[in-house]
Design a protein around this ligand. Sequence first.
Ligand SMILES: Cc1cc2nc3c(=O)[nH]c(=O)nc-3n(C[C@H](O)[C@H](O)[C@H](O)COP(=O)(O)O)c2cc1C
Length: 188
Amino acid sequence: MKLQDAIEKRRSIRKFSDKKVSWDMVLEAIDAANQAPFAGNINNLQFIIVSDQENKNQLAKSSQQTWIADAPYIVVVCAETKKLENHYDKLGIKYSKQQAGAAIENFLLKITDMKLASCWIGAFSEEQIKSTLKIPEKYDVEAILPIGKEKGKIKAPRKHNLETSIHWDKWGVQKKPIIFKDPSTSGS
Ligand SMILES: Cc1cc2nc3c(=O)[nH]c(=O)nc-3n(C[C@H](O)[C@H](O)[C@H](O)COP(=O)(O)O)c2cc1C
């Protein structure tokens, strides 16, 4: 799949069919996550691949989102924030969150590329998840990512309004965007 297609087709999918997903595809998505940019090239992420039904049920409970238990796999993204704080002091916390986000987006794009489905889950009880999966104290749980095959109709891409999120030269200066045209040569 072309990158532009993956970007446009990626959607949060919350209904999974009972079709199997092969575990090597899960590894491919994690490999894509690990190719994200990392501050100082310090990759502080760890991934837990959960396939045990009892554990999946627990994760669904901890996030109060029952549907995630229907996914064949759930990947739990953990970050050792302290590792970046040691290098970057207070900025380390920000960097850790940002690079986890970059890795998660890579993961989701790869999932889309492989015609699988997922959803970024950020609402959960971290304490409960750490206890269920025996995650060491020094790690933060950044996200949980159910992986499966989409059930039902394929979700259509969303349309975004570029105009409302772009400022030219200074905050508040808005022009009608001419997509894919260099603003310095477009004459608008
Ligand atoms: C940081 C973050 C946390 C999120 N947490 C949840 C969540 O707990 N449950 C959920 O169903 N979706 C969650 N989402 C997915 C968003 O709801 C979704 O991305 C948004 O509605 C846009 O839809 P789309 O992903 O299909 O483009 C989260 C997304 C982000 C970036």
